[in-house]
Design a protein around this ligand. Structure first.
Ligand SMILES: [Zn+2]
Length: 429
C-alpha cells in the first residue's frame, strides 16, 4: 500500500514539475534585423531585436543589447520596418448599406449574421488591423464574437464594442423593427442594459446621418436633458460614451455633458473644434464615407440616388472640418465606418483613411499615430497596445518601407502578428 501511495505522489510530483516548467518557459520568438518606427518622433531604431514570450513583448532593443535565447524562434525582418498593429475605431462588422446588399441581407437570420461578422473579423485581422472598436451592432453578436476570439475559437482583431447603439424615435438609425429610446429615463435604462450585457462603450446618435434619412445632419436631435442623462449614467459605471454627430450644435451640448468621443463630425465649425481640443474630446473622422475614393464602391453595391446625393452634399464640409481639426490639434483616432479591410483604391479602407489624413494636413507620423498609439489612448488601453514596447501585446506589422516618411508604406504589409502569433507572412515574397 505504501508503495502505491509513493507511486501516486511521484506521479503528481512529475506532473506538477512538467506543468510548472510549461508555464515558466513559454515559447520565445525574436524578431531581428528590422527598424522600429519611433511613434514619438525620435530617430527610428535600426537593427532592432524584439523578444516575445507568449502573447506579450518582453524586451526591445538594439542587436547586441538584448540577449536572444538559443531556443528562440527567429523572424528575420532585415531591411524591413516594424510598427504596432493598426487600430480602427469606427467599425460595423454587421454593416448593411442602403442598396443591393441591404436587400440581399433583408432576411438574414441571427446565426447568419454572427457568421458573416466572424468572416469580416478574420479578413480585418489578415489585413493588419489588430484592434477594432465597434460602434453599433445588432443582437449582441459582437459581444459573443469578442468572447469567441478571446477564447481562440475563431480569429479576429481585439474587439472593444459599444453593443447596440442608442437611437431616438425618428432620428438617425431609426428604422422599422429597431428599438428607440426617448427621454432620459429610457436612455439611462438602455445604457445600463448595454453595460450589463458587456459593452465597453455606449454609442448615442445625437444628430442625423448619411446612411439613413432620419433627421437633419446639422441638427441637435437628442435633447440636452437626454444627452446629459445617458452620459452621466454610463460614466458612473466607468464606461465611455461616443456620439454619432455631424452637427456643431449637438456636439457642443455633448462636450458640455462630458462626452468622450465624437464620430464623423461632418459639419463641425472651428469654435466647436477648439472646444473639443480644450476638453480633450476625441474625434473619429471616418472621412472615407464622404470622399471620392468610396464612390465606385457605393455605385457597385447599388446605393440609391438619395444616398449618393447625401454623401456628396456632405463631402466638402466634412473635408474642411477634418482640415480644421488637424490644425486645431484635436485628438484624432482613425476610423472608417466601412469594413476596415474593404478594398479601396488599391489598398484597404483603413490605409486609405490614413492617406486622406495626410492629404488633409497631418504628417505621415501623425497619421500613423492616429491608427496606433492615439487610438490606444482613446481606448484607455495604451498600457497594453499602441506601440512596440516591453509589457505590451505583441501586435505587430512588418512593412517594406518607412510609414513615418510616406504613409502609403502601409499598402505593403509583409507580416501580421497578433498576440505573438503570426497570421499572415509574405516575408519571402
Ligand atoms: Zn457608423
Amino acid at each position: 500500500m505504501k508503495k502505491f501511495y509513493t507511486a501516486i505522489i511521484f506521479t503528481i510530483a512529475v506532473f506538477l514539475a512538467t506543468a510548472t516548467q510549461a508555464t515558466e518557459t513559454p515559447s520565445v520568438t525574436a524578431v531581428i534585423g528590422g527598424t522600429i518606427v519611433d511613434l514619438e518622433g525620435k530617430a527610428p531604431l535600426p537593427d532592432a531585436v524584439i523578444l516575445i514570450e507568449g502573447e506579450r513583448i518582453t524586451a526591445v532593443g538594439k542587436a547586441g543589447d538584448v540577449a536572444i535565447p538559443a531556443s528562440a524562434e527567429i523572424i528575420d525582418a532585415t531591411g524591413r520596418w516594424l510598427i504596432p498593429g493598426l487600430m480602427n475605431m469606427h467599425v460595423h462588422l454587421g454593416l448593411k448599406l442602403p442598396g443591393k446588399t441591404e436587400a440581399e441581407l433583408a432576411n438574414e437570420t441571427e446565426a447568419e449574421l454572427a457568421l458573416r461578422m466572424a468572416d469580416n473579423a478574420r479578413k480585418i485581422l489578415l489585413a493588419g488591423i489588430t484592434t477594432i472598436r465597434l460602434t453599433g451592432e445588432e443582437k449582441h453578436a459582437d459581444l459573443a464574437l469578442r468572447k469567441a476570439i478571446a477564447k481562440g475559437q475563431t480569429i479576429g482583431p481585439r474587439i472593444f464594442s459599444s453593443g447596440e447603439p442608442l437611437a431616438i424615435t425618428g432620428g438617425h438609425g431609426s428604422e422599422k423593427g429597431k428599438t428607440y429610446y426617448d427621454g432620459p429615463y429610457e436612455l439611462i435604462k438602455a445604457a445600463r442594459k448595454e453595460i450589463s450585457a458587456g459593452a465597453d462603450w455606449i454609442k448615442i446618435l445625437i444628430s442625423g446621418g448619411i446612411a439613413t434619412n432620419g433627421g437633419d445632419i446639422a441638427q441637435a436631435l437628442m435633447t440636452p436633458e437626454e444627452i446629459n442623462a445617458v452620459i452621466d449614467a454610463a460614466h458612473r459605471f466607468g464606461t465611455k460614451v461616443t456620439a454619432h454627430s455631424g452637427s456643431s450644435a449637438a456636439t457642443n451640448i455633448a462636450i458640455d455633458a462630458g462626452i468622450d468621443c465624437i464620430e464623423h463630425g461632418y459639419f463641425l465649425d472651428r469654435k466647436t473644434l477648439r472646444k473639443m481640443q480644450k476638453h480633450g474630446t476625441w474625434l473619429v473622422p471616418t472621412i472615407l464615407v464622404s470622399q471620392p475614393a468610396l464612390a465606385p464602391f457605393f455605385i457597385e453595391i447599388g446605393s440609391p440616388e438619395w444616398y449618393m446625393k447625401r454623401r456628396e452634399s456632405v463631402g466638402k464640409q466634412h473635408w474642411k472640418a477634418l482640415q480644421m481639426a488637424i490644425k486645431e490639434g484635436v485628438n484624432i483616432g482613425l476610423g472608417t465606418d466601412q469594413l476596415p479591410s474593404a478594398p479601396t483604391e488599391g489598398t484597404t479602407a483603413t490605409v486609405r483613411e490614413a492617406e486622406y489624413y495626410v492629404e488633409a494636413g497631418m504628417t505621415p507620423l501623425q497619421a500613423l499615430r492616429s491608427a496606433t498609439i492615439q487610438t490606444a489612448r482613446l481606448l484607455d488601453a495604451d498600457k497594453d497596445m499602441g506601440s512596440l514596447a516591453a509589457g505590451k501585446y505583441a501586435d505587430m506589422l512588418v512593412l517594406d518601407s518607412d510609414p513615418g516618411k510616406d504613409i502609403s508604406a502601409l499598402r505593403h504589409i509583409k507580416l501580421v502578428m497578433k498576440g505573438g502569433r503570426v497570421y499572415q507572412n509574405r516575408l519571402n515574397q
